[in-house]
Design a binder for this molecule. Structure first.
Ligand code: PGA
Length: 248
């Protein structure tokens, strides 16, 4: 049986004070749940939040990670640096990075590799745009996104990784994929991995992301190949994030 995981992606929101309050609110509402929970906070709040989550079940993650290990790369944050602040996870290839900051399948693969070199679990985000879906390119797009990583690090690297399926058309739009639409792609991803390694396919956590909310999380999480969620907007409120977590 796969363990479920719910991850909050705070994106570029909040202040130091609100981040502290939000983290504390989440920690206060944690109870023994048979699932894992994490938050990906803005880089500058990692030192503060990393102190708050110490000794709790709430794990920490970053929203991106450099594709190089060290050196003259102004503005980048390395895996070694993130490790120092107890990041267990790092998002790689979020669609906002791909769309607005030029992340390519190849640079995302390099970020995935950098994370693993410091024992940080990459959460590889994949997903199609509305236009790609309408042109029936969803599976092709996802194949390319997965293949770039597999080509660089090999399928065995997915032993310690998470995949997040995030249809771009559902992110921050309020348009959630239906339970069946999401399950169809999750199933596809698992089969794609199974063709390369059945054991990894059976155990890898595949999260759904895109306008997941307290009122639709239960249905999504009940799908056989959906192992939790990557939550943006609804993770900015402790109560709604916890409601989603407790929908597992
Ligand atoms: P959303 O974002 O829940 O606000 O749609 C999800 C994500 O981008 O990870």
């Amino acid at each position: 049986m796969r363990r479920s995981l719910v991850v909050g992606n705070w994106k570029m929101n909040g202040t130091l004070a609100s981040s502290e309050l939000l983290a504390k609110g989440i920690i206060a509402g944690l109870d023994s749940n048979n699932a894992d929970i994490a938050i990906c906070v803005p880089y500058v709040y990692l030192p503060c939040v990393s102190e708050l989550v110490k000794g709790t079940a709430l794990a920490l993650g970053s929203q991106n990670i450099a594709d190089k290990s060290t050196g003259a790369f102004t503005g980048e944050i390395s895996a070694t640096m993130l490790r120092e602040f107890n990041c267990k996870y790092a998002l790689v290839g979020h669609s906002e990075r791909r769309t607005f900051y030029g992340d390519t399948n190849e640079s995302v693969a390099a970020r995935f590799s950098q994370a693993q070199q410091q024992n940080i679990i990459p959460i590889l985000c994949v997903g199609e745009t509305l236009e790609q879906r309408e042109q029936n390119q969803t599976f092709e797009v996802i194949n390319d996104q997965l293949d770039a990583v597999i080509n660089l690090v090999g399928v065995a690297a997915f032993n310690s990784a998470v995949i997040a399926y995030e249809p771009v058309w559902a992110i921050g739009t309020g348009k959630t994929a239906s339970d069946e639409q999401a399950q169809e792609v999750h199933y596809y991803i698992r089969q794609y991995m199974a063709a390369k390694d059945q054991v990894i396919a059976d155990k890898i956590q595949i999260l759904y992301g895109g306008s997941a909310k307290p009122d639709n999380a239960k249905g999504l999480f009940a799908m056989p190949d959906i192992d939790g969620g990557l939550i943006g907007g609804a993770s900015l409120d402790a109560e709604s994030f916890l409601k989603i977590f407790h929908s597992i």
